[in-house]
Design a protein around this ligand. Structure first.
Ligand SMILES: NC(=O)c1ccc[n+]([C@@H]2O[C@H](COP(=O)([O-])OP(=O)(O)OC[C@H]3O[C@@H](n4cnc5c(N)ncnc54)[C@H](OP(=O)(O)O)[C@@H]3O)[C@@H](O)[C@H]2O)c1
Length: 355
């Protein structure tokens, strides 16, 4: 980025797993931060944290905390976003929100940096960051949409506990320790022990039998890919992995496609890395993806259950805290700066309109 003016940036949920990663990614990518405001609940207010050698005091996330803020990165849950994001916008900030509070609002763009960055242009103060499972899926689907068309998608997820937050990480650690010590495993965050298990329940159950996590993948993918009628289904499963979500994806395309061509298409997408050499046991792993910003794709093969070479199966892995949350948020903030879109469309138009 070419020396833009430093901005006042707030991180809401700065003590959480995603919030802390956001602060780290802002620094790593040298986002032009003038003042960094770290906001959390009243429980954390007054604590100090070290950021790049500077000591910053955590403040309580209340409306006044957004005075003078240019960009506010929210990651403190949907209730807080619903309450505080409009207050932040009213005070002149632009919000990039990680919760599911605004994602399906037709007046809020839902954006993955390399898929639909042009949707940022119409924001009115709030921009939504997709769910982590959707995030790693849509750049790969985009490549197929643009080349051979998408007829139907079935995705099954294998999601890490960090996707739930700090308490879930502690719960898995505690259950592993209890197992080794021969003690009973206590489950509080999840309805069953997560250690040595696979739980097909992420977020609440909906009337249609899907969980909300599964339905987020369905509705968010359609919105981001601009494919309102995309036939897509999902089963979301929590597994005892600390970081990175994995996904088994089955796609029926409109036109024929070979695995070789699919690998070339995937490798051509910004931020996607193909790692696919089964003979050498090379395929994407959660442990390798953790700490990285890329989306890794492997196990690409023809699905013979679909005739006419229109079926593909593959495996997609990405760090849910980085590209799945914090990195995409910061990438969206970078795009806003580069494109002169930090302020809401109506405010930009008011300035541009002739007197
Ligand atoms: N984890 C992921 O992979 C992921 C991915 C995408 C989106 N998200 C979303 O990001 C959000 C946070 O997730 P997380 O994993 O970082 O959770 P987390 O580790 O549990 O952290 C929650 C954060 O929210 C803050 N908070 C809680 N109550 C608050 C209040 N009343 N006012 C202000 N701040 C409050 C907490 O502050 P205190 O420390 O003061 O309590 C903490 O900073 C959720 O909406 C989640 O759905 C998470």
């Amino acid at each position: 980025m070419s020396q833009p003016n430093p901005l006042t940036v707030a991180v809401v949920g700065a003590t959480g797993v995603v919030g802390r990663t956001m602060v780290q990614v802002l620094g790593e990518r040298e986002f032009p931060v003038g003042e960094l405001r770290l906001l959390a609940s009243g429980r954390s207010a007054g604590r100090t944290v070290e950021v790049r050698g500077r000591s910053i005091e955590i403040q309580e996330a209340v409306g006044e905390a957004f005075d003078g803020v240019d960009i506010a990165l929210f990651s403190a849950g949907a209730d807080i976003s619903k309450d505080l994001a409009p207050q932040a916008v009213a005070r002149g900030a632009t919000v990039i929100d990680n919760s599911n509070a605004w994602r399906m609002d037709p007046n809020v763009p839902l954006v993955v940096s390399q898929v639909n960055p042009d949707d940022l242009a119409w924001h009115e103060g709030i921009i939504a960051n997709p769910n982590c499972s959707t995030m790693q899926l849509v750049p790969v689907l985009m490549a197929l949409r643009d080349s051979v068309g998408l007829e139907r998608v079935v995705v099954d997820t294998y999601q890490s506990v960090s996707g739930t937050g700090a308490e879930a990480i502690a719960e898995l650690e505690g259950q592993i320790r209890a197992h080794v010590a021969g003690e009973q495993k206590h489950a509080a965050v999840y309805p069953h022990p997560i250690a040595f298990n696979a739980l097909p329940e992420i977020d609440v159950f909906l009337e249609n039998g899907y969980t909300r996590e599964e339905w987020k993948v369905v509705t968010e993918s359609r919105k981001i890919l601009h494919l309102e009628d995309l036939r897509i289904s999902c089963t979301a499963v929590r597994i005892p992995v600390f970081v990175s979500h994995s996904e088994a994806v089955h796609v029926e395309t409109r036109a024929p496609i070979t695995p070789e061509k699919a690998r070339r298409l995937f490798a051509g997408v910004d931020g996607v890395v193909v790692n696919d050499d089964p003979a050498s046991h090379e395929y994407p792993l959660a442990t390798d993806a953790a700490g990285r910003d890329e989306i890794f794709v492997g196990r690409v093969r023809q699905d013979p259950s679909i005739p006419g070479e229109r079926g593909l199966a593959f495996w997609v892995v990405s760090d849910n805290l980085r590209k799945g949350a914090a990195t995409n948020t910061v990438q969206l903030a970078e795009l806003l700066v580069e494109r002169g879109q930090v302020r809401a469309r109506s405010r930009r138009q008011a300035v541009e309109a002739p007197a």
